[in-house]
Design a protein around this ligand. Structure first.
Ligand code: GDP
Ligand code: GDP
Length: 470
């Protein structure tokens, strides 16, 4: 067959014309290409050769929370043209930006805001396209705090990520998804009467399944739990390939809610005995947590709390996920009241952020009470997405400051002026004030505990940042 010697035809391109266009922009070296590759991943192979698109523009299809988008990287375009840096960026990026449904404006949080960033930001602001500000290279100890400076660009709240290390990229996808134009495919209308319209108010999360990670140390009963959940015949799809090479995703339905259980290699494949079990389960947990909104921390209730459980709980906090505590093997627990109390006491002493965490007790083995888990997960996600109006927040803040004055630092009293929530998922607050960055830890704890109680934010890490003002 002569055909065999013909060069292989590329797969037919995806119909890209109707896809939302997301353009990555910013000065050279801030990490645009790295972010592009991170978002497009292996799907780059699917790029269509769109007529009229300049050769040097890098395009790919990215899957953002279940929706395909055309992702355009303006990096590399800069080298093409002469003159000033800005002129070069402008010539090459202009047409891309004018088509954009959303611009991801990237800065390098390590080097801070440069005049080129400012110049470019100003120019982008004038174009009146939806913009998401991305502060890259915030991995490690630098963290989100270094992204704060980018507020000054006037492009809204900076999203702290590390494109290279993958940190914050899942959250970034959420933010992107929220800003995409509405899907042209009409959504089916339901004949519900309006009597329960009040329910609409609470939920402030993008559509799509709620991502759940099941974490815990070996033998806690994670696999048994997953099977119990699947056994209730609520599985609607999957297992199908997940976000990373070794993960799969399982979709479950509970009432009107859909859940995606992020299942990593650590969950399915039993480690061989000679492998470092402990280490494996930790790295699998991190991987799953990065992709999830809510973590279900599974404990073997017959064994109480061990150091490794605390380690995993700290990981959940570090990754900023909402948490539901699952006390498994409840069938084998004799004194249930004492067991529950002992476990909760131990956890809240070791981890302040676990205070008020929602607890579900069940037996994965018998399936008894497993049905309580998913509703608890949904409630935790609502808290995680909570947005507290600035007015309410500052009325509370004034009361807190009156009840306990801010402390003296070096003999001078800190002047704290106001507080605002800059982010949800998890709830993140910034306090502004003279020398606000010097607020001692115990006063911060007082405020965080107050936030948690007053605004009912149990079981989620609360982030409190400070910004000194003159
Ligand atoms: P572009 O010119 O904006 O496309 O930037 P590149 O994607 O080529 O990245 C520029 C440099 O920054 C490269 O050396 C990357 O390895 C590095 N880089 C990209 N993302 C990160 C990150 O998240 N953290 C750190 N530390 N470096 C990064
Ligand atoms: P994983 O390593 O966390 O995935 O744990 P597995 O799901 O493999 O469970 C470890 C062991 O605990 C198995 O022998 C299970 O049969 C047992 N197990 C799991 N759930 C329960 C439970 O609810 N009650 C009891 N008594 N045993 C359980």
């Amino acid at each position: 067959m002569a055909d065999r010697h013909k060069p292989m035809r590329p797969p037919p391109p995806l119909p890209t014309a109707d896809l939302p266009v997301v353009v990555i922009a910013g000065r050279p070296n801030v990490g645009k290409s790295t972010l592009f590759n991170r978002l497009v991943g292996r799907r780059q192979a699917l790029v269509a050769d769109t007529p009229g698109v300049t050769r040097d523009r890098k395009e790919g299809i990215a899957l953002i929370r279940g929706r395909h988008v055309r992702l355009v990287d303006t990096a590399g375009l800069e080298e093409a043209a002469p003159e000033t840096l800005f002129g070069r960026m402008r010539a090459s990026s202009e047409s891309a930006l004018d088509e954009a449904d959303l611009i991801l404006f990237c800065i390098d949080a390590r080097s801070g805001i440069t005049p080129a960033d400012e110049h470019f930001a100003q120019w982008i602001r004038r174009r009146n396209r939806p913009v998401l500000l991305v502060a890259n290279k915030t991995e490690g100890r630098l963290g989100a705090a270094s992204a704060m400076e980018a507020y000054a660009l006037g492009l809204g709240e900076p999203q702290a990520i590390s494109a290279e290390h993958g940190e914050g990229v899942t959250d970034l996808m959420w933010e992107i998804a929220e800003r995409l134009p509405a899907d042209p495919v009409p959504t089916p209308e339901y004949d519900d009467d309006d009597s329960d319209a009040s329910e609409d108010v609470v939920e402030d999360r993008p559509a799509g399944p709620l991502r759940v990670a099941i974490v815990g140390r070996p033998n806690a009963g994670k696999s048994t739990l997953l099977n119990a959940l699947l056994g209730e015949e609520r599985m609607i799809t999957g297992p199908e390939p997940g976000l990373t090479r070794d993960s799969i995703a399982v979709h479950l339905k509970d009432g009107d809610d859909t859940f995606e259980i992020v299942d990593t290699a650590g969950l399915r494949r039993k480690a061989r005995i000679d492998e470092a079990l402990e280490k494996m389960s930790t790295s699998a947990s991190i991987e799953a947590l990065k992709m999830a909104e809510v973590a279900v921390l599974v404990l073997d209730a017959t064994l109480g709390v061990h150091e490794q459980d605390l380690q995993i709980a700290r990981l959940i906090e570090r990754e900023g996920r909402a948490c539901v505590l699952a006390l498994n093997k409840w069938d084998a627990v004799e004194d249930r009241i004492a067991t529950r109390k002992a476990i909760l006491d131990r956890l809240s002493i070791s981890l302040a952020q676990m205070r008020g965490v929602s607890v579900v007790t069940f037996s994965a083995l018998t399936g008894s009470a497993v049905h309580k888990l998913l509703p608890a997960v949904r409630d935790a996600a609502i808290v995680w997405n909570a947005r507290i109006p600035t007015g309410e927040l500052n009325r509370w803040f004034e009361e807190m400051l009156e009840r306990h004055q801010p402390p003296l630092v070096d003999g001078r009293r800190l002047k704290l002026r106001y507080i605002t929530q800059v982010k949800s998922r998890p709830p993140t607050f910034v306090i502004f004030g003279t020398r606000a960055e010097q607020i001692p830890d115990d006063y911060k704890r007082y405020l965080v505990n107050g936030l948690r109680e007053t605004f009912d934010l149990p079981g989620v890490p609360i982030r409190l940042q400070t910004r000194g003002t003159k």
